[in-house]
Design a binder for this molecule. Structure first.
Ligand code: MLT
Length: 331
């Protein structure tokens, strides 16, 4: 007997079996950068229950919070390769892979939760979803709305741009956020999300920015004292699916993914409205001190919009992309 055949037949059979198993029941993995309890968790849980219900329990989703499956930017790579199914992560950690998404992270473009909803659920969101498939091999199927990224630090209250002088602030590895802090006169420290808590605890960095809900979910109150209500960046956290994995699914499963994503998105918006104020009070009760930027944040706004917007026209696809977003928002 042909020896090659003896070896090949079991391999082919094993391959066929694996393929059949994939086509049958599948348990998908979903990575979350944040600890359980925040907006990422809410979105993931809602998506899981809606998806499992729509597929009659045939397909399941397991959630892995707290960066267990890698830091947020790595999860984009893994999903692009098809080795990870789903991930929920901050939009600023998608931008490095699909720069046009940066139009949502330019400072002070989004000025309210309503703005965020309008952009993500309208034509702009559709175009950016198509771009992430093209550029990064991942498809956005849902959005968590997490609120404005407030600045926290362990040193002193910050109300003016000058108060930032001498502070070491961690930012994600995101060019737009780095440029924003540079426009305020400091060089921030780019660092993976998964390393941030320890860096704050060990005073490698003095501060960082993230929404109230994330500050609370990550227990940053244990290592940070002061909060400044900056409103430069509204945190959007897309739920992405590997495009490769999505295309491997039958049409009914694809439909379930898209519908569950929509339902989870709606729920996320309601969750933010219902929770943010409560969490803010809770953080104060735990000893955090909150201040507003002086003069209605004018100095922060003026410096950031003047220096940062023009710098990124090219990467977002041209100035007209920003003009279109502002027009959509009625500005
Ligand atoms: C970051 O700061 O890297 C992200 O905002 C973390 C997150 O997803 O909450």
């Amino acid at each position: 007997m042909n020896l090659k055949k003896i070896v090949l037949i079991p391999l082919v059979a094993a391959g066929m079996l694996a393929a059949t198993q994939t086509a049958m029941a599948t348990t998908f993995k979903m990575a979350l950068g944040d600890a359980a309890g925040g907006t990422q968790w809410e979105l993931g849980q809602k998506f899981k229950s809606a998806f499992e219900q729509k597929t009659g329990g045939k397909h399941k989703i397991d959630l892995f919070p707290n960066g267990q499956l890698g830091d947020e930017q790595n999860t984009v790579n893994n999903a692009a390769l098809g080795t990870l199914d789903f991930s929920v992560l901050a939009i600023n950690n998608v931008t490095p892979f699909s720069p046009t998404v940066g139009v949502l992270t330019l400072p002070y473009v989004i000025q309210s939760a309503e703005d965020a909803k309008k952009l993500t659920q309208g034509e702009v969101g559709k175009e950016l979803t198509a771009n992430t498939i093209r550029d990064a091999g991942v498809r956005i199927v849902g959005w968590a709305y997490s609120g404005f990224r407030v600045l926290t630090n362990s040193k002193k209250p910050v109300q003016n741009v000058a108060d930032l002088k001498g502070m070491v602030i961690r930012v994600p590895k995101n060019e737009i956020m780095i440029a924003t802090y540079q426009s305020w006169g400091i060089n921030p420290t780019p660092m993976a999300w998964s390393e941030t808590f320890t860096a704050l605890q060990q005073h490698v960095v003095d501060g960082q920015d993230n929404p109230y809900i994330t500050v609370s979910a990550m227990k940053f109150n244990e290592v940070q004292k002061y909060i400044t209500n900056l409103r430069y960046l509204f945190s959007l956290e897309p739920l992405i699916v590997s495009e490769q994995v999505f295309q491997d699914q039958k049409p009914d499963v694809q439909k379930a993914i898209l519908e569950a994503g929509k339902e989870a998105t709606e729920q996320s918006f309601a969750y933010l409205q219902a929770t943010e104020e409560k969490i803010k009070k809770d953080l104060v009760a735990k000893g955090m001190q909150i201040s507003d930027p002086a003069n209605g944040e004018k100095e922060f706004i003026q410096k950031a919009t003047t220096a940062v917007w023009p710098k990124f026209y090219k990467s977002i696809g041209g100035k007209e992309k920003l003009d279109n977003v502002l027009k959509t928002l009625g500005r």
